[in-house]
Design a protein around this ligand. Structure first.
Ligand SMILES: *Cc1c(COP(=O)(O)O)cnc(C)c1O
Length: 451
């Protein structure tokens, strides 16, 4: 898989010439640059970046990493010759309008007709804004999220000075609704965070059940779909996940990370609010900016001020090339990741040395190294990780609490607080084509465990 395509550089050059035409009426102006020295430094950068890990190749199948689509990379680079700031329309009119169109398309993917929303630095910032709004509407009340939710929720709650409590999970890593309801009866809950695709396991919390009891207890439902949101377009979802994804639009707020599964460079998260009237909470008076339009614009509905217009340009370009449609090319790529995970899990189930655990709901597969007890299984998982890396197959590790292991591996003696397992995110559309290669490296690494 070649990193470089000369054709892409030619496209960028043509597009830059086109961009330049738009400014040809201005007097000639060439910023000074010492190209010899720039080249020198760039060669040093290239040499340094050869050492970067993780990387783009399908044999990297560990942490969440999906290279941006070429169209995103090129559009991002192209926009940097202007460097728009989506803080307000005054910072970038064209890129702000592109952002608004992106938000409308993401909203439409969740069947939201007119959401309030914007792009931001990532899932952390996006979740912060959603919980900030929840706290404004329910001051001093508690934020609930499952024990498998991203750790950012407890930390964000701390920043916002909102109490936070974790709700236990069922053996498949999903929020336990019975435990949730037991907590809700005690009252004072501002928001329940429903994770659609946990970062560790890709588990889908039971959104339909949480929505059903929202009225009774009067909390806000915040969907953290930073990782999993785009899978709403995929066909190969398990039935319970399909049902949960189909009601995301009923949540009060939604977070999705275009920089996770949306083929974008890092620095692109997104928050959406179903009821646009929460925009008044962001109200402030700035003496510096915002003179170019009367309607509520991006700078007035975002906690971050300066933001890269480049991120909006890149996302807009990607959405033109790969519209977010069921049955479309983008959806097919996501579907391939689901199929890759299901295929890996199927092979693991028949393995003598590796131990399949919960069935993957998205494209993350977690499995153990077979042994009689948790201590040895954990040591073997670490060794497996290293043996695989020696074979240029790169995986990740995860520490699982006993309640997530026992159900699938009842014979394992629990002589350790957690069980170290292997975690593999098969995020790249190419992973399905590489599953035989990945599997043979994994088997070879597993064979080496007992040598
Ligand atoms: C990645 C992730 C986050 C954090 O998002 P960043 O973009 O890394 O800031 C939050 N929640 C979930 C479920 C995630 O997967």
């Amino acid at each position: 898989m070649a990193l470089l395509s000369k054709a892409e550089i030619d496209i960028l050059l043509s597009a830059l010439e086109k961009l330049q035409e738009g400014f040809s009426h201005l007097p000639d102006f060439s910023p000074a640059a010492d190209h010899d020295r720039i080249k020198d430094v760039l060669m040093q950068v290239a040499t340094r970046m050869q050492q970067n890990y993780p990387y783009h190749h399908p044999r990297y199948a560990g942490q969440m990493l999906k290279p941006p689509h070429p169209v995103a990379r090129l559009a991002y680079a192209l926009s940097l010759w202007i460097n728009p700031n989506n803080h307000a329309r005054d910072g970038g009119i064209a890129s702000s309008m592109m952002e608004s169109e992106c938000i409308a398309s993401i909203g439409a993917m969740f069947d939201l007709s007119n959401p309030l929303g914007h792009l931001c630095g990532g899932g952390t910032m996006a979740n912060l804004e959603a919980l900030w709004v929840a706290g404004k509407l329910h001051p001093g009340k508690t934020v609930l999220a499952s024990a498998q939710a991203h750790y950012t929720h407890s930390r964000i709650s701390d920043v916002l000075a909102l109490p936070f409590e974790a709700v236990p999970v069922t053996p498949d890593g999903c929020m336990d609704v019975t435990a949730l309801e037991a907590r809700l009866t005690k009252g004072d809950v501002a928001a329940v965070v429903v994770t659609m695709g946990t970062t560790g396991l890709g588990a889908i919390d039971p959104l339909p059940e949480v929505l059903r009891i929202r009225q009774r207890y009067g909390f806000r439902v915040h969907v953290d779909a930073a990782y999993g949101g785009y899978f709403t377009l995929a066909e190969a979802l398990p039935p319970a996940a399909r049902l949960a994804f189909s009601c995301i639009g009923e949540a009060d707020s939604i977070v999705i990370d275009p920089h996770k599964h949306g083929l974008q460079p890092y620095g692109c998260g997104c928050v959406l609010f179903r009821d646009s009237s929460v925009g008044v909470l962001y109200k402030h008076d700035s003496p510096y900016t915002y003179f170019s339009s009367a309607e509520l614009h991006l700078g007035e509905i975002s906690l971050e001020c300066s933001r890269p217009g480049a991120a909006a340009v890149a996302l807009w370009a990607t959405q033109q090339l790969l519209p977010m449609k069921r049955g479309g090319e983008f959806a097919a790529g996501l579907n391939r990741s689901l199929l890759a995970a299901q295929e890996l899990w199927r092979r693991l189930q028949a393995s003598k040395r590796l131990k399949a655990l919960m069935q993957p709901q998205l494209d993350i597969v977690v499995f153990g190294a077979r042994s009689s007890n948790a201590r040895d299984a954990s040591a073997l998982a670490r060794k497996l990780f290293e043996e695989a890396a020696k074979r240029e197959l790169h995986l990740a590790l995860i520490e699982l609490p006993p309640e997530l292991v026992r159900h699938y591996w009842p014979e394992l003696v629990m002589n350790r607080g957690t069980v170290t397992c292997i975690r593999s995110c098969l995020m790249k559309p190419e992973h399905l084509d590489w599953i035989d290669d990945i599997w043979s490296l994994l088997e070879s690494a597993a064979l080496a465990l007992h040598e």
